[in-house]
Design a protein around this ligand. Structure first.
Ligand code: DC
Length: 219
């Protein structure tokens, strides 16, 4: 019987972490755990309760009231409400990286993510998955791509027309600010992981590369 391992896939916004992790997990018959989705659900809770990012007292008071679970097909529930779509809103996109910098929130998300990894056979994606959430992972990937390519990929996600003006806008309004907010976690992740630069790869190629690396580790 092949042994099951833990794989972490970290990287900047638009590098394709979530879709790649999901596809690799499916190929291996593993569970996929999207830690970014947990940060998004926590951010949604605080925005819904009008708790500002600098209101540390209320953040600490409310963290124990937050219950996050994944149900089939990667649906995410926040306190029993399906928030799978809500966590992808422009408002969450704008605020999540800011809330994710609060150490108390990071500790909370790390703890609940660790509880979700009950056993091996998991592909975990995020920013600090390999360094902090699952340092014991047997395979740590840092998925990268140049900022312009990442902006183009985000354009596609948003359904915008691909032209220089729109690429420039996504680069300026999404990629550069998020990279700046995630700078510290990303620099640690980059040192930890095996760098896979996907700038010139197709989606299938990047999935296949990580899948093959995983197979080597399971022998
Ligand atoms: O991967 P994503 O865009 O869904 O992640 C949302 C935010 O959460 C992102 O701005 C960075 C943060 N994040 C983090 O700090 N650490 C993680 N392990 C995962 C996400």
């Amino acid at each position: 019987m092949t042994k099951k391992i833990i794989i972490t896939i970290d990287g900047p916004t638009g590098s394709g972490k979530s879709s790649t992790s999901r596809a690799v997990a499916k190929k291996l018959g593993y569970i996929h755990l999207d830690s970014g989705a947990i940060y998004r659900a926590v951010c949604l809770y605080f925005l819904n309760h009008n708790i500002k990012v600098n209101d540390l007292e209320n953040i600490i008071k409310n963290l124990p009231k937050i219950n996050i679970v994944f149900r089939k097909n990667n649906l995410i529930f926040l306190n029993d409400k399906d928030v799978t779509d809500n966590i992808r809103s422009p408002e969450i996109n704008k605020n999540v990286a800011i809330y994710a910098r609060v150490q108390e929130i990071r500790d909370f998300v790390t703890l609940i993510s660790q509880k979700m990894i009950k056993e091996s056979g998991v592909v975990l994606d995020g920013r600090d998955a390999g360094a902090v959430i699952a340092p014991q992972a047997e395979l740590k990937i840092f998925l990268d791509a140049n900022p312009k390519i990442r902006a183009e990929r985000r354009l596609k996600d948003f359904g915008y027309v691909k032209n220089e003006k729109n690429i420039e806008k996504v680069l300026r309004e999404v990629i550069i600010p998020k990279d700046s907010c995630d700078k510290d976690t990303l620099s640690v992740a980059k040192k930890q992981g095996f760098i896979v630069d996907t700038s010139k790869m197709t989606f299938e190629e990047q999935v296949d590369k990580i899948y093959k690396m995983a197979l080597k580790k399971t022998k």
